[in-house]
Design a protein around this ligand. Structure first.
Ligand code: ADP
Ligand code: MG
Length: 249
């Protein structure tokens, strides 16, 4: 059996009387897209934050590459190859696409930031950054200011930055949010290819995208996983249709 790249065991998180995550077991295997869906307030973002190290669970473990990282912070998990993307605020808007990609590559080498001025001349860093931009289809935009990119291109740049650090796994919280129909379609094609580089744990509201992309789906309702399965299984699941897809029994 293939070892999961990322796994949660019995993750539980309470906010006062509210249990936002209840005994959640999930895993992510090489090459797959595992989607987590559920209505607003189901606990999707809370779960993602615990996986990334932004929130400490009350109980349970997070394993990355088989290692227990539950007590590590977000930065340490990122250095260990857990790529959380689409935090658009992390981009330096006044810098070019290439400069942003170099920042990502520089992070991968643990060199102090003060060497950034020389980074443009550093062939290895530049190679990494350019290869990552080519992979996300932004090679031609290398000299463009980040501020001039479209919403969708900024998300692709975030992925490029993650690629420079050699990610083991991607964790994405609603990457389609704010993209129009055309942008979502392009992002869907892009994510489909990206799973060959590293598997993706995908929280997404856009059901067309989820049904097109997911190898497996877990359905979260009121902090609990109520169903797991393939796209076909989830579409046919009675409890899911009633609880989430809004259909009458
Ligand atoms: P989703 O991402 O699925 O919409 P969230 O994980 O954001 O859901 O929220 C799950 C539940 O936990 C919601 O009821 C929300 O109000 C609550 N919640 C989230 N974060 C906090 C917090 N820091 N303090 C108290 N309650 C929170
Ligand atoms: Mg959310």
């Amino acid at each position: 059996m293939t070892e999961p790249v990322l796994e949660t065991r019995g993750i539980t998180k309470r906010f006062g009387a509210l249990t936002a995550s209840e005994d959640i077991a999930l895993d992510l295997k090489p090459g797959e897209i595992h989607a987590v869906i559920g209505p607003n307030g189901a606990g999707k973002s809370t779960l993602i934050q615990q996986i990334c190290g932004l929130l400490r669970p009350d109980a349970g473990q997070v394993l990355l590459g088989g290692r227990d990282v539950t007590r590590l912070g977000a930065a340490a998990r990122a250095r260990d190859g857990l790529a959380r993307t689409f935090q658009v605020s992390q981009l330096a808007m006044e810098d070019t696409v290439l400069q942003n990609a170099l920042l990502g590559a520089l992070g991968a080498t643990a060199r102090p930031w003060r060497f950034f001025g020389r980074a443009l001349g550093d062939a290895e860093l530049r190679d990494r950054a350019e290869a990552a931009l080519a992979q996300v289809g932004l090679a031609d935009a290398a000299a463009t200011l980040c501020a001039d990119l479209s919403h969708g291109q900024r998300r692709q740049l975030e992925v490029a930055m993650a690629l420079t650090v050699d990610p083991r796994a991607f964790v994405m919280d609603e990457p389609m949010a704010g993209l129009g129909a055309e942008g979502s379609k392009r992002m869907t094609g892009f994510l489909s290819e990206l799973r060959g580089t590293a598997p993706i744990l995908l929280v997404e509201h856009d059901m067309d995208a989820v049904f097109a992309l997911a190898d497996r789906i877990s359905v979260l309702v009121y902090g609990r996983i109520i169903a797991k399965g393939t796209v076909a299984e989830i579409r046919a699941d009675r409890a899911v249709r009633e609880a989430y897809l809004g259909e009458e029994p």
